[in-house]
Write a protein that binds this ligand. Structure first.
Ligand code: SF4
Length: 400
C-alpha cells in the first residue's frame, strides 16, 4: 500500500509517517508551502532522517482567496486552519491520484488543537476535502470512525494509536520507544497567521483589499507599515534587509501599484508607497496626478520621520529622494511634515532578514540567523515608534 502523508517535519507528522512505515506502507510525504508559512527545509531534513520520499508544493493565489474569505472562519488569530487543512488535504488527494497512492494520512490528533482538531472538525476536513474514508490519522485513529482501509482490513486498526489532547510528553516517549527517534523537533508556531504580532498587518490588508495577492502577503513581512488613508500605505525600511526586500518586491509585476523612494542626498530610510493612484507601469513617462504627488510627499516625509535629522538637515538644497515609478525615475525635494507623526504604525516587522530565495518562496528566517549588517537599522528613529511587545502566541499552527 502507498500513502501520502501531509508532512511538516514536526513531531506529529514524523510519527504518522513512521507508524505507517512500520506497518509496511510505502510513505510519500507532501509538504505544502503557503504564502505565510514555509517549513519545507525542516520537512526535507526530517524526511531524509526517517527515509521517506518528499514532494514539496506551493499554494497559488487561490490560497489568498481562502485567507480573505474562509468558509469555516478563523482560529484564535487570522489563521483559517480548518479551510487551510482542508486545502492541504485536497492537494494530498490530487497527489494521491497522480501517483496512484491508496490513501492520505496526517499527524492530526483529536483534541490537540482546540480550534481545529475536535472530532467533528476532523470529520469535516475529511468530508470537505473529498477524502472521506480515505483520510487516516494514525496517531488518533482508534478514537475516530473507521476508515475504508481499516474496514477492509488492509490496515490493522489495532496497530493504530489512540492519542488525544495536547500531551506532548506521551508522544515523545512513543517516538523514542517505538522508533528510536533521537532528534525530537521543537514545537513551532511557524505560520505567521497565528502570531499576535503579525495579525494587525494581515487584518489591515484584508480590510483594504477584498482578495489580496501573494505579493500583498509577501509585502507584509517587511519594515514599518503605515497607512496614509484608505487608498495608500507605505512600507518604511528599518534595516538594510528591508531595503533589499523592497527592491525585490518592486521588481515583481505588481509594481504597477508601487512607487519607490530612495534617499538621494542624505542617509535615511527607503520607502515603498503602495497605491492604486500609481501610474500604469507601461508608461515610460508617467504623469503624476495631484493626488499621487501628495502621497509621494507624505511618503518622503515618512522617510524623514524615520531618519536621523542630523543626516538630512545638512543635505544640499534640502533632502531629496529618488522616486522610481515603473521604469521612470525622478528626483523630488521633500520636507518635514509634522502631520506624518500622527500616522500610526500598524505594526513593525520583526522579520529581520530574508534572502532573495526565501522572499521568492514566501519563507522566513529567524532573527538569530540574520547577518549583523542586515540587522543594522536604517537611519535613526525620531518619531514615536510602537514596538512589537506582544509575545508571539500560537493559535493553531502547522499541525498537519
Ligand atoms: S497554522 Fe497551519 S493549518 Fe493553520 S493556517 Fe497556518 S499553515 Fe494553515
Amino acid at each position: 500500500m502507498k500513502a501520502i502523508v501531509l508532512f511538516s517535519g514536526g513531531l506529529d507528522s514524523i510519527l504518522a509517517a513512521c507508524l505507517l512505515k512500520s506497518q509496511g506502507v510505502e510513505v510519500v510525504g507532501l509538504n505544502m508551502i503557503t504564502p505565510f508559512h514555509d517549513c519545507s527545509e525542516e520537512s526535507r531534513k526530517a524526511a531524509e532522517e526517517i527515509g521517506i520520499e518528499l514532494v514539496v508544493r506551493s499554494f497559488g493565489e487561490e490560497y489568498m482567496q481562502m485567507v480573505a474569505h474562509p468558509k469555516w472562519g478563523y482560529g484564535s488569530n487570522v489563521n483559517p486552519c480548518l479551510d487551510c487543512r482542508t486545502a492541504m488535504c485536497r492537494e494530498a488527494k490530487k497527489l494521491m491520484e497522480e501517483i496512484g497512492a491508496d490513501f492520505v494520512a496526517t499527524g492530526e490528533i483529536s483534541g490537540q488543537r482546540p480550534n481545529s482538531q475536535k472530532q467533528h472538525q476532523l470529520s469535516l476536513i475529511s468530508r470537505e476535502s473529498g477524502l472521506n474514508g480515505k483520510l487516516l490519522r494514525p496517531l488518533t485513529a482508534k478514537t475516530l470512525a473507521r476508515t475504508d482501509m481499516e474496514r477492509e482490513g488492509t490496515l490493522d486498526r489495532e496497530k493504530m494509536r489512540s492519542f488525544t489532547g495536547r500531551n506532548r510528553v506521551q508522544l515523545i516517549s512513543y517516538a523514542r520507544a517505538a522508533f528510536g527517534l533521537k532528534h525530537i523537533p521543537q514545537p513551532s508556531t511557524g505560520c505567521v497567521l497565528c502570531e499576535n504580532s503579525y495579525a494587525p498587518r494581515v487584518r489591515d490588508m484584508l480590510k483594504h483589499k477584498d482578495v489580496p495577492t501573494i505579493w500583498d502577503a509577501k509585502a507584509l513581512a517587511w519594515g514599518r507599515r503605515l497607512r496614509i488613508d484608505e487608498n495608500a500605505y507605505c512600507i518604511v525600511a528599518r534595516r538594510l534587509a528591508d531595503c533589499d526586500a523592497l527592491d525585490q518586491l518592486f521588481a515583481m509585476p505588481e509594481r504597477s501599484r508601487c512607487v519607490l523612494l530612495f534617499p538621494h542626498n542624505y542617509m535615511g530610510a527607503s520607502v515603498m508607497l503602495v497605491t492604486d493612484e500609481a501610474p500604469d507601469f507601461g508608461e515610460t513617462e508617467p504623469r503624476i496626478s495631484e493626488k499621487l504627488a501628495a502621497y509621494i510627499q507624505t511618503a518622503g516625509s515618512l522617510s524623514l520621520r524615520f531618519s536621523n535629522p542630523e543626516k538630512y538637515a545638512s543635505a544640499e538644497g534640502g533632502p531629496t529622494v529618488r522616486v522610481q515609478l515603473g521604469a521612470a525615475v525622478e528626483f523630488i525635494g521633500i520636507h518635514e511634515d509634522p502631520e506624518v507623526e500622527k500616522i500610526p504604525i500598524i505594526m513593525e516587522s520583526n522579520r529581520p532578514e530574508k534572502s532573495k530565495e526565501t522572499l521568492e518562496q514566501g519563507g522566513e528566517q529567524n532573527a538569530e540567523s540574520a547577518p549583523a549588517e542586515a540587522q543594522a537599522e536604517v537611519g535613526t528613529e525620531k518619531g514615536a515608534v510602537l514596538q512589537d511587545t506582544e509575545e508571539s502566541q500560537s493559535g493553531d499552527s502547522n499541525a498537519v
